[in-house]
Write a protein that binds this ligand. Sequence first.
Ligand code: ZN
Length: 220
Amino acid sequence: MEYQHQFVDGRECPWPLGKVVCVGRNYADHAAELNNPVPTVPLLFIKPASSVVPMAEPFRLPRDLGEVHFETELAVLIGDTLTDADEQQAAGAITGIGLGLDLTLRDLQSELKKAGHPWEKAKSFDGACPLSAFLAPQAVADLQDVQIRLTVNDEVRQDGNSSQMLNPVLPLISYISRFFTLNPGDVVLTGTPAGVGPVRPGDQLQVELVELLKVDTSAR
Ligand code: ZN
């Protein structure tokens, strides 16, 4: 199913979905679990709008391409144009807070990394970015104190807090906008805490911003 419109606070957004700008290794404990060095500047990549599917619908995993890993992330919906923005402009452009799954073909990504090739096939394939509906930003008292949790088949697999981000949300958006203009309808995924692992067809997932937003879904 194609993802067409974001909903914020139950209302449909006027803009179509744009690109999804992602940051890798934004939590030190996640960088460590994959034996990656902690980057000194944000490591950015993009998932195109074609990779986005609604999180609340059962999402289809690629077949025969090795393990698909879940990465649970706080998602920020942008509602203004940002180029070379400072943190204050970044704050003013946030129009929704939600959840994203940065699905990753981990085996393929390892091969691509080893060969020094770009990651797109491992990160940007169709269905690689299930996104939730969004909360109005006022619903979140402190963006840097949000508990992000993933439960798979009744077992908690990821349970981190946005306070652990190496690049907090506003400096991150500001940094992104030096390279990529962010437009209304674009989304920023802010990195995943530790605990990533494989997701398989039939898995039942509960994805949460604790006490704020909860999505029950499944992989197929
Ligand atoms: Zn990620």
